[in-house]
Structure formats: C-alpha cells, structure tokens
Design a protein around this ligand. Sequence first.
Ligand code: ATP
Ligand code: ATP
Ligand code: MG
Ligand code: MG
Ligand code: MG
Ligand code: MG
Ligand code: MG
Length: 269
Amino acid sequence: PSNMAKSKFEYVRNFETDDTCLKNCYIVVRLDGRNFHRFAEQHKFTKPNDNRALGLMSRSAHSVMEELEDIVIAYGQSDEFSFVFKRSSNWFKRRASKLMTHVASQFSSSYVFYWKEFFGDQTLLYPPSFDGRVVLYPSNRNLKDYLSWRQADCHINNLYNTVFWTLVQKGGLTTVQAEDRLKGTLAADKNEILFSEFDINYNTESALHKKGTTLIWEKRDETVTKRLKRPNEEEKDVNVTRSRRKVQAYHCDIIGDQFWQEHTDILED
Ligand code: ATP
Ligand code: ATP
Ligand code: MG
Ligand code: MG
Ligand code: MG
Ligand code: MG
Ligand code: MG
C-alpha cells in the first residue's frame, strides 16, 4: 500500500526479472495435470475416456475464461487445456508469470470446487495440481498450427487408446498383449482392427473424444419481457433485447478452414 514507508529491504525487489511477453503475439498458456496417469487410476476413471473427468476439465476451463481477462479461445483434451490470450491483451502488463499462475491456480481451484458436480459422492482423494507454460505465437498461422498440433495429438492418442482398451475390454487381451499387438501399426491398421474384429467404426465414435473441446465466446441476443409503466401511459409489456457473451463448447474439427471461417472474430489481423 502507498502508506507503507520504504524500508531498507526494498532493494530486493530489483532482483525480480522482467518477463513481459513480446507485443503483438498471441500468448498461449498450456496446463497439464500432474501425474494424471496415477490420478486417473486412483479415482477410477473409465478407460479410455472418462466423461466426468472431461466435463470437469471443461467446467474448470470455462471458469478460467469467465474469471480472467482477454482469453479468446481455449482447447482441451485428456488432462490438458490451452488458453489463448488475444494478441492485443495488456492484462498484467503481459507479464508471463502473472498470466500463467492466474490461469493455473484458477483452473486448479475450480477443478476442486466443481468436483462434486461431476463425481458426485466419489471422494477427491488428494489435491490435484497442474503445470503451466507460456508460449508466444506471432502469426495467425502459427497459432492455428499450434491448436492443430494439440487436436492432432488428441486424435492420435484417442485412436490408440480406443483400440488398446477395446482389445483389453472386448478382446480379452492383457494390457501387455494389447500393447504388443499395436506395436508398429498405422492409423489404417488400427481402424481395421476396430472394424473387422469388433464391428466398430471409429468415425462414428464420440466427437468429444475424437476432437477434444474448444471453448469460445459467443454473442447471444437475449430477449426478456419487462412490464413497463411510463408516466401518463398505460402499463405495458416491452421486449428488451441485449447482447450477452457466453462461453460455448464445440467438439469439432479446428484444423481445417471451416471453423475459422465460421468464427472470424477469434483472431485479430
Ligand atoms: P491483487 O490482486 O493486486 O493482489 P489484493 O486485493 O489481493 O489485489 P493485496 O495487496 O495482495 O491486494 O492485499 C491483500 C488484501 O487482502 C489485504 O490488503 C487485506 O485487505 C486482505 N487480507 C488478506 N489476508 C487477510 C487476513 N488474514 N485478514 C484480513 N484481511 C486480509
Ligand atoms: P505428467 O505429470 O508428466 O503430465 P501424466 O501422468 O499426467 O504425467 P500425461 O501424458 O499428461 O501424463 O497423460 C495424462 C494421463 O491421464 C493419460 O495418459 C490418462 O491415463 C489419464 N487421463 C486423463 N484424462 C483422462 C480421462 N478423461 N479419462 C481417462 N483417463 C484420463
Ligand atoms: Mg493479492
Ligand atoms: Mg498481497
Ligand atoms: Mg507428460
Ligand atoms: Mg499430465
Ligand atoms: Mg497430458
């Protein structure tokens, strides 16, 4: 506070280093759950995809977008979520550590806060945590490629995990046998195993699992009817429309152009 006199200790502040993010770049903060392989086991996540856990990740990301400033899009899959600050953001003077720690702590506390909404009576056994990193992307192409990279990762892992757990759960293989069976297989081979041996068409699997979750802001016109009484007039009903911003979730392809053509307000020139 301003009423605090400067002490002789004040000089230690000069040991702080500057971590201002370069102007004009998109600031991406990616979080990843710490040791979630173990966390998933201990909390009995269903394999390959636990929808409660995915729902809780999205709910926490939603909270990050609503509580913090200037996040234009977020993308998540498995135990990770990426948050993109608009390139013109000046939140916390673009200080990397401030942005990253606010994202990580808002996310972690939300994960615990909303746990019950997704896991009901199942006890949270210990406090989970998430690591964070900051990466700057100078062009729209770089940013789209970053998000494409994460979504491609989601696809590759989900295809592998879907076949792996199908071999175990429906094919009666041990996890070691399933791993052996999949060694050296290509995407086409994995699709073929699912189709010919288990009658599963990977294309019709859940979009949430194949594509992950993309959160963006959407303007919604909200119309409410209000009863209005003006002086010298009869009381009457009037419709009041206002534009509200809401976080909207998508489980669609963000690698191709279509998503970006349909949402031109996410990126800046
Ligand atoms: P910022 O987000 O910039 O940190 P802030 O409101 O957290 O804003 P701080 O300078 O960190 O500002 O000050 C924390 C404030 O929280 C204190 O000024 C005080 O009002 C309040 N506070 C924190 N801990 C306690 C406590 N144990 N008892 C009473 N008040 C507290
Ligand atoms: P690190 O601390 O290095 O990140 P990690 O154990 O978290 O280690 P990751 O590579 O991040 O390793 O992998 C996360 C793991 O969490 C997945 O391999 C999977 O086992 C588990 N997991 C995360 N989300 C889910 C989910 N929704 N359903 C089932 N399993 C999940
Ligand atoms: Mg404070
Ligand atoms: Mg303080
Ligand atoms: Mg890892
Ligand atoms: Mg992890
Ligand atoms: Mg991970």
